[in-house]
Each structure stands twice: as C-alpha cells, then as structure tokens.
Ligand binder design. Structure first.
Ligand SMILES: Cc1cc2nc3c(=O)[nH]c(=O)nc-3n(C[C@H](O)[C@H](O)[C@H](O)COP(=O)(O)OP(=O)(O)OC[C@H]3O[C@@H](n4cnc5c(N)ncnc54)[C@H](O)[C@@H]3O)c2cc1C
Length: 326
C-alpha cells in the first residue's frame, strides 16, 4: 500500500477544495471498495479526503420525489419505511448487494462510484486498459465469464458491479453533484459511461466533483416490482445477471414498465425498447418473452459468457413473472 495523507472535511466546499488540490486525491466514504483497491495496489491515491462528517445522510420524501443524501448508508436506505413503501425496487436491489456488515458501511455515493470486479482489473500482474490505459485487456481473450454482453469495446469488456444502480437507472433517478464549477444534476442513465476508447473513466463525474444526493421522482411502481439477482452463490457474490422490473398495471394490462439489467454492461443497462414493447399488452409470459427478445438485440458474447445470452432473457421473463405474481 502506498503512503498517503488523510484529511477530514467538515463542509462540502472544504472536501472539494482538498480533493481538487492534488492530482491524485480521493474522497473516502465507507471505504469498503477504495481501501481494498489501495491494499491491492490497483489505486494509489496520495491523499484521502474523509467526507463522513458532511451533512449528506438525509432521506426525505416530498410530494414529487425522494431525496437520498450521498452518505446515507446502503442498510439505512434499504430499511427506510418510506423507501420500502414507495420505492420497494430500490430496497430490494440494495438488500441483494454485499452483506449486512458491508451495507452498514457502504454509502449511496460510494456504491455508485465502486469500480468493476473484473479480475484482470484487480490483478496488477495482468494487462488492463481500465487500470493502466494502453496496457491491453486481459479479459477479451481470457476468462470472461462475468463480463459484458452489451456496449463493450475492444479496449474493455468489464461490467459495473452495483445492484443499487440497476434500480436507480430503472427508476429514472437524478444525481446531484457539486464541484469546483458549482452544482449540477446528471440523469442517472448518463452518469456511468460505456468503455469506448477510455475505459479508465467509469463515469462522467468531473475532477473534484462530489456526489451530494440522488433523487428519484415519485412513481406508481409500489406493488408489481421485482429485483432478480442471479449469482454463483446465494450470498456475497456479484451478479452474473440481475434484472430490475417494475410494472404499472390496469387489471392485467400494462400501463407502463421499467426494466434494467446489471452484470451485462459497463454501466447499469436500461432496457427502453423492451419497456416500450410491453405497454398496452397483457401481463403474460408470452408478452414478457417478446420483451426479453427485444432486450437482447445487439447482445454479443465472448468465449466464456455465451451462457448469458440465454440467462439474461430468461431472467427478464422470471423477474416480470415475479413482479406480477404478488
Ligand atoms: C466482499 C464484497 C462484496 C460486495 N458485494 C456487492 C454486491 O453484491 N452488490 C453491490 O452492489 N456491491 C457490492 N459490494 C460493493 C459495495 O457495495 C461497495 O464497496 C460500496 O457500496 C462502496 O461504498 P463506500 O461508501 O464504502 O465507498 P468507498 O470505498 O469509500 O469509495 C468508493 C469510491 O467512491 C468515491 N466516493 C465515495 N463517496 C463519494 C461521493 N459522495 N462523491 C464522489 N465520490 C465518492 C471514492 O472516492 C471512491 O473512489 C461488495 C463489496 C465487497 C467488499
């Protein structure tokens, strides 16, 4: 582990100033991802700016949206009564992630910023364009069972590992950010990036920018929802494929739908065309299967992950069936 300095910030401005000074400074929240990366030599910040004293832990429901501070803990958000009642998809997705101990430390902002779990990214003896731009991609010709089937590039086929983010992209969340140039809002779908030629950039957060909150507009998805996570073991494993599904039903007719997948792309993967294909249809397995087929257009597998070409559509159908069987 490299030597680093440590400062504790007491205001967002102090945090932004402190992190903007060095070339290689980082905010630290729960530390559950950043410290592992530092111990493995994958990331080597020269300064850590502890943001845990900032007043960013609030969860507030107003008449048009839910506001969640960036330092709200994953466990607190999942257990919040308003979240469970009005945004149960988010609660389910959070509870599918990590373990209770980790969720007790992990923050909303940190979860969004967590880095891929691609084993070539973690193994500093292997090439990885994300860790070291220009070094190559070990996964493309290597063991790529966990890797992307959508939106990958010839530089990187890693996937984003978050569960929470899959629900947030499905629910049309917005990311609130403050930084050296002031405040801005980023639609959740535009927050994370596809790898393209710059896989070292996971997201569109600028230098020195701090996530302050996430907001979710109120929605009708309180009943017919399901977060399905398919993984190698029942706990403590990242998704091979996950699906966030939410339906607004009028009797058995679908008024609106939200669908997103995790474990399949460099960013949480919204399935807009599949959502559209469901509107006005009856909630039947046959129609869910059509939507799943639409969702899989442009999917591309690598040597060891072609099973995802079947697992992903089957998971979409299962998640939709679960969402309608409540
Ligand atoms: C064994 C294990 C299993 C796990 N399983 C899962 C799983 O199944 N599903 C899942 O979704 N996650 C899983 N995780 C990941 C876990 O959810 C993340 O490590 C956690 O959410 C990160 O939050 P943190 O507050 O600890 O972030 P930190 O480790 O403190 O920070 C992570 C990154 O976020 C940046 N950051 C933090 N807060 C902000 C902010 N407000 N603004 C800007 N940048 C910020 C930091 O600079 C750093 O780069 C697992 C982790 C472990 C160790």
């Amino acid at each position: 582990m490299n030597p680093f300095s440590f400062v504790r910030a007491n205001s967002p401005k102090a945090a932004i100033d402190a992190v903007s000074k060095g070339d290689n400074s980082r905010f630290i929240a729960g530390g559950t991802n950043l410290l592992d990366l530092m111990k493995n030599g994958v990331m080597q910040p020269e300064k850590l700016v502890d943001i845990n004293n900032l007043p960013l832990k609030d969860i507030q429901l107003s008449k048009d949206k839910l506001h969640i501070g960036a330092l709200a803990l994953n466990s607190t958000v999942a257990a919040d009564n308003q979240v469970k009642a009005q945004f149960p998809l988010l609660s389910q997705a959070l509870l599918a992630g990590a373990s209770q101990q980790l969720r007790n430390m992990a923050t909303v902002g940190g979860n969004m910023m967590q880095r891929t779990r691609c084993s070539y990214f973690y193994d500093t003896a292997m090439p990885c364009n994300k860790r070291q731009p220009g070094s190559g991609c070990g996964a493309i010709g290597g063991v790529n069972r966990m890797h992307a089937i959508f939106g990958a590039s010839d530089k990187c086929i890693a996937v984003h590992p978050s569960d929470m983010c899959v629900a947030l992209v499905a629910l049309d969340a917005t990311v609130l950010v403050t930084g050296p140039k002031g405040e801005r809002k980023i639609p959740f779908a535009d927050f994370h990036r596809l790898p393209g030629d710059t896989p070292e950039k996971d997201n569109n957060l600028g230098k020195g920018e701090l996530i302050t909150a996430v907001e979710i507009p109120n929605n009708p998805y309180t009943k017919n929802i399901y977060y399905l996570k398919v993984r190698d073991r029942a706990s403590y494993a990242f998704a091979l494929v996950s699906v966030a599904a939410a339906l607004e039903l009028d009797g058995n007719v679908i008024k609106s739908a939200r669908l997103a997948m995790g474990g399949v792309a460099h960013k949480p993967w919204r399935l807009a065309a599949a959502e559209q294909s469901l509107i006005g249809k009856t909630a039947t397995e046959e129609n869910f299967r059509v939507a799943a087929t639409v969702a899989m257009e442009n999917a591309k597998a690598y040597e060891h992950n072609s099973f995802k070409l079947q697992l992903a559509p089957n998971s979409i159908v299962t998640a939709l069936l679960k969402a309608t069987s409540v």
